[in-house]
Design a binder for this molecule. Sequence first.
Ligand code: F6P
Length: 213
Amino acid sequence: TCSIYLSRHGQSEYNACGKIGGDSNLSAMGEAYALKLADFADRIIAHDADSGDAQAVRLWTSSLLRTKNTARHIKHAKIKHDGKDWIQFAPRVLRNLDEIYAGVCDGMTYEEIQKTYPHEYEMRRQNKLAYRYPRGESYLDVIARLDPLIQELESYREDILIVGHQGVLRLIYAYFAGLDRDEAATLSIPLNTVIKLTPRTHDCIEERFLLHD
Ligand code: F6P
């Protein structure tokens, strides 16, 4: 069986001060997570893949600094197993995995949005899935750009680790876990956690790994 491992980037500077979007770097806490994720990839993902005879584990990130930097310690990891096989993480940077773009609200906190654009704030509250930020995206827009990636994921016979963002991972998670789109938009995808999904014919096995000290 093939598994899909989902991880948000480590805490970013924007996360730390409650701002959405942007392209900020990792906070100190986020940097620590990047190291833990590399260790997890080494010990758990590579090991699982090896027992399934894989030669490579796919590794996808978005084009934003915070996911690339979260994945950077695992990019070229090669692990020898009994002197014969190896597992290589094959990194790929995908703009389609970038976080939902908040347009004019990019870089603001939710409080700032509510104050500056009260009508927009209310519209979003009423229909988060379909709401499109002015000059930005809606969750439906993001679903459309994720669609080709989902098709690709469906066809894989290898494990994959996706280092992404709360918004996009919600949608990927919801797709494989069989949840409705409406539920997807409000799901919480926590930081510092790897979610392992193993789709089967009629359901999906889920495991969560909280990476702490
Ligand atoms: O706050 C982190 C973040 O990834 C933002 O960049 C993004 O706008 C937001 O989460 C998406 O979550 P929600 O759609 O619930 O605002």
